[in-house]
Design a protein around this ligand. Structure first.
Ligand SMILES: *Cc1c(COP(=O)(O)O)cnc(C)c1O
Length: 229
């Protein structure tokens, strides 16, 4: 099946999940995760009307950038772990950094955004899964980080993001999504712009929408299997 066909299916499933959850479709953004797929696949999705994309690595974004530079309305989010020393490049190349998990990284991003005269949307990544391989900030450190972001005026915190433990059973993810939503609700008095919930991937996005997702991050269901691990 083509990328365009897959996208149409995912959009339909997104609308169905919204209907079941009694939520307007406009509440849930669809991010196409194009990591480890050739830039041609991304361009196919763009041609089919997709504008929001997620990539995991700054280096890969940099490699794809020449083929994308002419697409002024393409919105690219970094959804993979970011080292502070790559913050400058990330701010130049991406419209949002969705994996902020430390004050040090936030400060670097703020400085980089200020130098470019930009305000940079960010998501805070929270680690709720016990798996070693998962990234993010421990939930108990969230309030202090949010408070420390207040003086970083070139950053606009948009919401929280998490990746639940890997599982083929969508229901496994539900308690993690619920926990993130609760953390988001508790954070809103500290930071009223922190309304977003970036949760849900190919396997579990219907559950994520039921639990309040405002952005689902879909790779495999749109682009097929990735070529590298
Ligand atoms: C790869 C990735 C996705 C997409 O996962 P699929 O299961 O292929 O939909 C979503 N979010 C993050 C953070 C990822 O790294």
């Amino acid at each position: 099946m083509s990328v365009a066909e897959n996208l149409a299916i995912v959009r339909t499933q997104l609308a169905e999940a919204c209907a079941r959850a009694h939520r307007p479709v406009s509440d849930v953004a669809l991010m196409a995760v194009s990591k480890m797929h050739p830039v041609e696949s991304l361009l196919e999705a763009y041609a089919a009307g997709q504008r929001l994309f997620g990539e995991n690595r700054v280096q890969e974004v940099q490699a794809k950038q020449p083929a994308l530079a002419h697409l002024a309305d393409l919105e690219l989010h970094l959804i993979g772990p970011l080292q502070s020393n790559k913050a400058n490049r990330a701010v130049e190349l991406c419209q949002s950094i969705d994996t902020v998990d430390s004050l040090k990284l936030a400060q670097r991003l703020n400085t980089a955004a200020a130098a470019l005269n930009k305000t940079l949307p960010i998501f805070l990544e929270v680690k709720l899964s016990p798996e070693e391989s998962k990234h993010g900030l421990p939930p108990e450190e969230l309030p202090a980080l949010i408070d420390a972001l207040a003086p970083l005026t070139n950053l606009v915190p948009q919401g929280l993001m998490t990746v639940p433990p890997w599982s083929t059973a969508p229901e496994t993810a539900r308690p993690y999504f619920r926990h993130l939503r609760q953390l988001r609700d508790e954070s809103l008095t500290r930071c009223p712009t922190l309304t977003g919930l970036s949760i849900g991937m190919s396997n579990d996005f219907a559950v994520a929408i039921e639990e309040g997702s405002t952005c689902i991050r879909i790779g495999t269901a749109i682009f097929g299997k990735r070529t590298q691990p």
